[in-house]
Every structure is written in C-alpha cells, then in structure tokens.
Design a protein around this ligand. Structure first.
Ligand code: ACO
Length: 238
C-alpha cells in the first residue's frame, strides 16, 4: 500500500470513493479547492499490488483523506480541519485510515504550524468515532444538533497537535546531535593515521610490514652505478 499526496488527477477517483462510502458528497470543484489551496494536507492510499498496465489506466485508490486549514478560525488559533475521510470496504481494518489521518496531521503542523485539528462525525458512526477517539486521541468538544442534511447530530471533535510539534523538535535535535558528533569525530580523526589505501610500489611502504622487511639490499652509487660509463668519452685522444 502506498500512502501519497493527493494529485489533481486523483480527484475523480476520490469523488467516486466518497460517493461509495459516505452520504456527504461534494462538487468536483470543492475537491479541487482543497488540492490547490492546501496541497500538503490531503492524501490517498493506493493499492500498488495491482499497478496500472497502460498509461491510460487509473491507479487503484482505496482510501483518501481530504483536509484543509481553517481560513478564518473563530478562536483566532491556526488549525486544520478534516473535511472527509473514507476507505473502501474491501480494504478496511488494515490501518489505512489511521495512517492517512496521521500523515495529514503531521503536515498541518509542519507546513502550516497548526495547533489542533477539528472534524465533525455522525453520532451514529461507531467505526469512525472509535478511530478518532480511541486510536488517534480526539476529544468530543460538543454536539451540534441537526448538523447533517438528514437531521442527524454531529460530534464536533478536536485533537491538540502539540505532541507532533514535540516529536518534530526531538527529531530535529537528534539530527543536530548526530551531525555534531559526526563533525567532532571527523575533526578528531584528522590527526590520526588515516588509511589511504595500499602504498604504490616500495615507496611509502612500512618496511616492518613488507615481505622484504629485513632484507638489506646493496645499492651501487656513483661510479659503482656505472655513471662513469655515461660520461661522454673524449675520443680525440685515441
Ligand atoms: N468498528 C470499531 N472500530 C473501528 C472500526 C469498526 N468497524 N473500524 C475502524 N475502527 C477503529 C479501531 O479503533 C481501529 O483500530 P484497531 O484496528 O487497532 O482496532 C482504528 O479505527 C483504525 O482502523 P483503520 O484500519 O485505520 O480504519 P479503516 O481503514 O478501516 O477506516 C473508516 C475507518 C474510515 C471509518 C472506514 O470504516 C470508512 O471508510 N467508513 C465509511 C466512511 C466514514 O465513516 N468516514 C468517516 C466519516 S467522518 C469524516 O469524514 C470527518
């Protein structure tokens, strides 16, 4: 399974998934508005076990999360909102919705500095309430009476995102520590014997390590080397 960012070309597919899975449906332009305004926040789950065979085949999208940042937050606090989430029946209880939600939540903090994420869910939607409350840690803020078109009430839920900010800070500090350690080790290593590979020929070879360690070779120098022979002879004398 591949969890990746929503692309504009995926929009008809997630609209189809939404129509299959939820009674709250939207115009195509509403999806486009999300994808163009907050491209970092919406994700899709793609079944890559059956990749498209031709360039004209669509990817098999089995889940999506459509999210946005609240444009004019009533409380003045920058926060995200989950507009819609669904997973195809064939692929439920595999942890896909949880992953989609966590990706989007992280992007809300990383990209937009969001402080919390909010959403509405039908009071009768047990599976989703379990996911939000028990798995992800959302709290119910209030119940909005007759929120849905058919008259059903909605739980208005909220999750503080400070824990993600904390995780990101820890990861950043860890990264900095690792970098410092590597730099320090590099500096310390500068004065040490660094192995620069095998010595070429006999030059630079440690005589104690070499196979000819204690062989003493007699080297002829000067005339003994025959330099005299190379001096031009004055043939005129002969
Ligand atoms: N019954 C009870 N708890 C459930 C159920 C269920 N049927 N499904 C999921 N959960 C809870 C569990 O706590 C589960 O953890 P566990 O498997 O360790 O017990 C947790 O959610 C994570 O489950 P996932 O496998 O990640 O959830 P899944 O991928 O199956 O998707 C979803 C859950 C999105 C609710 C799916 O059932 C679905 O698409 N339903 C129809 C559409 C829908 O209701 N969407 C949410 C509307 S609200 C909104 O869009 C803001």
């Amino acid at each position: 399974m591949d969890i990746r960012l929503l692309r504009s070309s995926d929009i008809p597919l997630i609209q189809h998934a939404n129509l299959e899975n939820l009674p709250e449906n939207y115009f195509l332009k509403y999806y486009l508005y999300h994808a163009l305004s907050w491209p970092q926040l919406s994700y899709v789950a793609v079944d890559v076990s059956r990749p498209p065979k031709t360039p004209y085949d669509y990817p098999k999208i089995v889940g999506y999360v459509l999210a946005k940042m609240e444009e004019e937050p009533a409380d003045g606090v920058q926060h995200g909102h989950i507009t819609s989430l669904s997973v195809m029946r064939t692929h439920r209880r595999l942890g896909i919705a949880e992953k989609l939600m966590r990706q989007s939540q992280q992007a809300m903090v990383e990209t937009f500095g969001g402080h919390y994420v909010s959403l509405h869910v039908r009071v009768s939607n047990k599976a989703a309430i379990h996911l939000y409350r028990d798995t992800l840690g959302f709290k119910t803020e209030k119940t909005e009476s007759k929120y849905y078109a058919d008259g059903e009430d909605a739980f208005c839920m909220k999750l503080e995102l400070d824990f993600i900010r904390e995780q990101l800070r820890e990861e950043e500090d860890e990264g900095k520590d690792k970098k410092k350690k590597a730099l320090k080790e590099g500096e310390e290593g500068e004065g040490e014997d660094v192995d620069e590979g095998e010595a070429v020929g006999d030059v630079g070879r440690d005589p104690a390590k070499g196979s000819k360690a204690d062989q003493k070779i007699k080297v002829k120098v000067g005339r003994g080397l025959g330099v005299g022979e190379l001096i031009e002879k004055d043939e005129s004398k002969h």
